[in-house]
Design a protein around this ligand. Structure first.
Ligand code: KG4
Ligand code: ZN
Length: 335
């Protein structure tokens, strides 16, 4: 089964052909990061316009690089949300038109289901059940991926997503958007015990997260330093912030794995690219004899290959393709 998938939820225009949910035949990504960096974040209208400019070319390249024609494709897939409404509509309408013109079935996909399936592209042998931590720019969840491709949500963020907290802290200390990877690099040069930022665990036994408090603590710390005309050290702030949030993420994920008896832990979403997070999880995994899986770096951030995989394993139950709409605030509970 060869699926051609389209992804346009935020600032990456991507198209990919994947065979049987695991074998990537092509994965084309055009990133708009350079365009949005000068505005300090993604500007929705500019994102939609740039998706429109690039989508035909990206889809054509995905077919060419897979050495396939549209006729060779079995089904078409597209992210239906969550994301920016204008950006989503570009991908959705392009996919609908392709589907209408060729008569091939259109599969709608929850973008978060795409992140969840991203490790399948690398680990051909990985099978459920497993525990999955999703840490992206807009969402944070701990879920169970059960046999039979069923998801069970154990916890989610009550305010900011982890990637959002990274990006906001990065902006506060003067790094360009998106700042997550810059904090990752700066933290390696800093002292993680230099500033005592709060660890927010919420109620005992809760697998929910809250990252807005630590974001405010970093802002307060920086403002009070500036008021006193004291220098801030971005490396120390990065290291201390990162250590605090990752301590919470580690504890909740491994507690959930023990409570629900999972010996496989999968970490996905943009922040799964973080080198310190990987180090902490691998070390703890060795200690507790749990298998830890991360997507390859190219599949951590947004891409259409993961959407094609999710179309195979976790397709959205959706309405007739011609009435398919965009769902900007879709969560995982409504796949
Ligand atoms: O999954 P993603 O591409 O987009 C969403 O679906 O939201 O995630 C983007 C997020 C951004 O917040 C970005 O700063 C963060 O992932 N990110 C990182 C790293 N690389 C990307 N955060 C921490 N460390 C990294 N190395
Ligand atoms: Zn994403």
């Amino acid at each position: 089964m060869k699926i051609l998938a389209i992804e346009s939820t935020c600032d990456e225009t991507s198209a990919s052909v994947v065979k049987d949910g695991r074998e990537v035949l092509s994965n084309e990504i055009v990133s708009q990061i350079d365009i949005h960096t000068k505005f300090g974040g993604v500007v929705p209208e500019i994102a939609s316009r740039n998706h429109l400019l690039k989508i035909s070319e990206v889809v054509d390249r995905a077919l060419d690089n897979a050495s396939l024609l549209l006729d060779d494709i079995d089904k078409i897939a597209v992210s239906k949300g969550p994301g920016l409404v204008g950006a989503l509509l570009v991908g959705i309408n392009y996919a609908k038109a392709l589907s209408y013109a060729t008569g091939k079935k259109l599969i709608a996909v929850n973008h978060l289901a795409g992140h969840i399936c991203s490790p399948f592209l690398t680990y051909k042998e990985l099978q459920p059940p497993f525990l999955c931590l999703i840490v992206s720019g807009g969402h944070s969840y701990i879920i169970e991926y059960k046999k039979g491709n069923k998801l069970n949500i154990l916890g989610k963020t009550r305010d900011d997503a982890l990637g959002e907290a990274y990006d906001k802290v990065a902006r506060t200390i003067g790094f360009d958007y998106p700042g997550g990877a810059k904090i990752d690099r700066a933290a390696k040069l800093g002292d993680s015990s230099s500033i005592d930022f709060p660890r927010v665990f919420l109620e005992k036994d809760s697998f929910d997260f809250s990252f807005s408090g630590i974001k405010s603590s970093v802002m307060n710390y920086v403002n009070s330093k500036r008021q006193k005309n004291e220098e801030i050290n971005p490396n120390d702030i990065s290291a201390s912030f990162q250590e605090a949030v990752l301590e919470v993420v580690e504890k909740k994920t491994f507690d959930a794995a023990s409570k629900y008896s999972h010996n496989k832990i999968v970490v996905v979403g943009g922040v799964s690219a973080n080198s310190r997070l990987r180090e902490i999880f691998i070390k703890r995994g060795e200690k507790e004899q749990k298998e830890i899986y991360f997507p390859e770096l190219k599949y951590c951030t947004d891409n259409a290959a993961m959407i094609a995989s999710a179309a195979y394993y976790l397709p959205s139950k959706t309405e007739n393709y011609l009435s398919l709409n965009a769902y900007p605030s879709l969560g995982l509970d409504l796949n």
